[in-house]
Design a protein around this ligand. Structure first.
Ligand SMILES: [Zn+2]
Length: 140
């Protein structure tokens, strides 16, 4: 499988109903080897997260198998180079960050209420920023 033929097609759509209105970007994976025209070259939607342990397989992960994560990253990085819409670019970056195995996120310190950055895996335990932590320790 030559995966250079796969590309992302990103659609902007506005949804509204009685309760909510939101702007939704849809990331479709297309196979240019199959066809140049959409939607006959449609493969699947690009999921927000790639489930690497296969507990909840999506059409995307079923299709790309063990190469899912690598393919998703490559598709997003390539799309980032060609897109010029700032909203789409921001969403691509957000999705790339979600695909990082341990992304750095911002959380709010429960003591000083300032935001600090930490790794996602540690964020569940870590609720206090390093400065406040230091203050606590020095009081002991
Ligand atoms: Zn703090």
């Amino acid at each position: 499988m030559v995966d250079v033929d796969f590309k992302l097609r990103i659609f902007k759509r506005d949804y509204t109903n009685d309760h909510v209105a939101w702007n939704h970007l849809r990331f479709a994976v297309v196979d240019l080897h199959k066809s140049e025209d959409y939607p006959s070259n449609f493969v699947s939607m690009l999921p927000m997260r790639i489930d690497s342990d296969g507990k909840m397989p999506s059409i995307f992960t079923k299709f790309f198998g063990p190469k899912s994560l690598e393919t998703a990253r490559r598709l997003l990085k390539e799309a980032l180079k060609t897109e010029d819409d700032s909203e789409i670019k921001a969403e691509i970056k957000r999705r790339l960050n979600l695909l990082e195995p341990n992304p750095v996120i911002q959380i709010k310190c429960v003591v000083c209420k300032k935001f600090f950055r930490t790794q996602k895996e540690r964020a569940f335990k870590q609720k206090i920023c390093p400065e406040c932590m230091k203050r606590y320790r020095s009081q002991e």
